[in-house]
Write a protein that binds this ligand. Structure first.
Ligand SMILES: Cc1cc2nc3c(=O)[nH]c(=O)nc-3n(C[C@H](O)[C@H](O)[C@H](O)COP(=O)(O)OP(=O)(O)OC[C@H]3O[C@@H](n4cnc5c(N)ncnc54)[C@H](O)[C@@H]3O)c2cc1C
Length: 459
């Protein structure tokens, strides 16, 4: 094998001999997602990306792409070659056209901050150290989703380096099939060096913050959520958390409301919740570009982690209560899982459903919400127990929906970006799978990109 240093200068490559630099290069948000890479390469141009792909292919090295590094499954880690997009992370704003160009290795915090300089914002991740790359290529929900749709609905263009090293622009008018494919199944087709996203005026501060309730108030909180959803405007959204927060580390209920306006009006819009009598109200007005940092203290790096999701159509008390009881059982049996949280993400879906389901390969568009299990623990001996618990709970939520929902659940698959990674790929992409397999055969017949819900190329 020729030395990688014949392709890249040393400052763009990290190997196991590089001590702390290597530890940093292989560090991931979830400790269980870390792998001992042979090489970590930091491209500075699309041509560098093409050269790194070629080196991996020529030398039969498994390839992984790292954006923000938040995959819990190891999708952005490899024992072969990792292309780390860290140095392709510039963010620039075109105010005339209200567009943001974002490097494939940027995190959402950088996007929020740069856009805010021009009084703009876009739909983006609600924890601002997550990567634009993975989140966008898998779909993308954010606080502005009720008003502007999914991140992929706001993706205008992307530059992608394919398995053969071609550097392609894809958009609604160029390489449309690839553009369709990367909006949901984007880990399958190449390395995105930059994204162009729509931006929107965001001149005012927003209102948010945790509102804490006790477990006996859960029924009243779920009823309040149902009441609030009936009249929630596109400027409102919310998450309900089941977690064990400090200082007691006992199961509790928290609301994280979002209102794109004043505190006074926010309290009115969310009055159904405040009528329940929360034990703490930590809400305040804040700049939009700080909004996506509110959850950061609950989403720190380290430990073992998985995400798993299920869809639900309404925050019914019976459903929320059953989930709460399962959470209590797990955390009592394994106290170190108290660092875990369950999120009922109540982003309104009218806007995202106004976009045709076949406009993107993403196949989870429908009149339902995501329930996310964000599981955290330390002891590897608990891995199987926690994964099994999460998978079982997701199945129970599905069974509850099948028994109680009047909705068409055919597109309700669980959000793949909150998946464990062992879900059936055909289930993840549903009726879009066959078209994806055709596109995969054209752009990646050798399955160079196969780390996250890999599509098998059509023969
Ligand atoms: C704390 C936390 C909060 C979250 N909040 C939200 C949320 O609010 N909304 C939401 O929709 N999702 C959310 N997610 C899920 C998130 O979308 C996924 O975890 C996503 O994969 C993270 O992207 P990343 O770039 O950080 O991950 P990585 O681990 O770097 O990458 C994940 C996948 O994307 C691929 N990838 C990344 N960048 C590129 C690129 N430039 N080109 C090609 N492939 C690339 C990788 O190869 C890998 O397959 C959250 C996740 C976490 C852990």
């Amino acid at each position: 094998m020729p030395s990688i240093l014949s392709v890249f200068p040393k400052e763009q490559v990290v190997t196991p001999d590089d001590g702390t630099a290597y530890d940093n290069a292989t560090h991931r948000w979830a400790g269980n997602a870390e792998r001992k890479a042979k090489y970590v390469v930091y491209p500075r141009t699309a041509q560098d990306v093409a050269a790194a792909i070629k080196y991996a292919v020529d030398n039969a090295l498994e390839l992984a792409i790292k954006g923000g590094g938040h995959s819990c499954s190891g999708a952005s880690s490899s024992e072969g070659l990792v292309i780390d997009m860290r140095d392709l992370a510039a963010v620039s704003v075109d105010t005339d056209n209200q567009l943001i160009t974002v490097g494939g290795g940027a995190v959402w915090g950088a996007v929020d901050k740069e856009a805010a300089k021009y009084g703009l914002a876009t739909v983006g991740g609600t924890v601002n150290h997550t990567g634009v790359g993975g989140l966008t290529l898998g779909d993308g929900y954010g606080w502005l989703t009720p008003k502007y749709g999914l991140v992929i609905d706001n993706l205008v263009k992307a530059e992608i380096v394919t398995a053969s090293g071609d550097i392609l622009i894809c958009s609604a008018t160029e390489n449309q099939d690839l553009f369709w494919a990367i909006k949901g199944a984007g880990s399958n087709f190449g390395v995105v060096t930059y994204f162009v996203l729509k931006a929107y005026p965001q001149p005012n501060t927003v209102w948010s913050g945790l509102v804490i309730f006790t477990p006996p108030q859960l029924e009243a909180v779920s009823k309040a959520a149902t009441t609030w959803l009936q009249t929630a405007s596109v400027d409102e959204s919310a998450m309900i958390f089941i977690a064990c927060p400090p200082p007691t580390f006992q199961p509790a209920i928290a609301l994280l409301p979002f209102f794109n306006g004043s505190a006074e009006e926010g309290h009115k819009r969310f009055s159904a919740f405040f009528d329940v009598g929360p034990v703490a109200d930590l809400t305040k007005e804040l700049p939009y570009d700080d909004m996506n940092s509110l959850q950061n203290p609950m989403a720190t790096h380290g430990d073992r982690k998985i995400l798993k999701s299920a869809c639900f159509s309404q925050p019914d008390n019976a459903l929320v209560q059953a989930v709460f009881e399962e959470y209590v059982k797990l955390t009592e049996e394994h106290p170190e899982t108290k660092a875990s949280a369950i999120l009922f993400e109540l982003h309104g879906h009218a806007k995202l459903m106004s976009v045709p389901a076949d406009s993107a390969s993403f196949a989870n568009r429908g009149p339902f919400y995501n329930m996310t299990m964000a599981m955290r623990w330390k002891d590897p001996a608990l891995d199987t127990a926690v994964r099994t618990w999460a998978t079982t709970l997701a199945k129970s939520v599905r069974a509850y929906e099948e028994a109680h929902s009047t909705l068409d659940l055919s597109a309700s698959r669980g959000y793949s970006n909150y998946g464990l990674g062992d879900e059936r790929v055909r289930d993840v992409f549903g009726t879009h799978y066959d078209r994806l397999a055709e596109i995969k055969a054209r752009y990646d017949p050798g399955m160079v990109f196969k780390k996250w819900f890999p599509i098998t190329p059509k023969a």
